[in-house]
Design a protein around this ligand. Structure first.
Ligand SMILES: [Zn+2]
Length: 91
């Protein structure tokens, strides 16, 4: 029942409206190359996480912890394309 109230605060009338952040990104997905699985040419991926152990001395909390690293895995064959998982991470 907020409509019809003539008095009170007027919000957003004539004010500068903030553009949503996505408006800056003018990419046309139809003109972009589809990322395919190196193994099976699948085009669907799901995000999974791998973890790196953080030694206590390097941890901000001073305690041994784990650092999650998001990687993408092919939903068809389960392989992780190297472009999503740099070799350096597989130590
Ligand atoms: Zn695959």
């Amino acid at each position: 029942m907020a409509k019809g109230k003539g008095k009170g605060k007027v919000i957003g009338m004539g004010g500068t409206q903030q553009q949503p952040p996505t408006a800056q990104l003018k990419l046309d997905p139809t003109k972009l190359e589809t990322v395919k699985c190196d193994n099976c040419d699948g085009i669907f991926f799901q995000e999974v996480q791998m973890f790196k152990e953080v030694p206590a001395v390097q941890s901000p909390t001073g305690q041994k912890s784990m650092l999650p690293i998001p990687v993408l895995r092919c939903t068809e064959c389960g392989s992780v394309p190297e472009r999503f998982l740099p070799k350096e991470l597989l130590g």
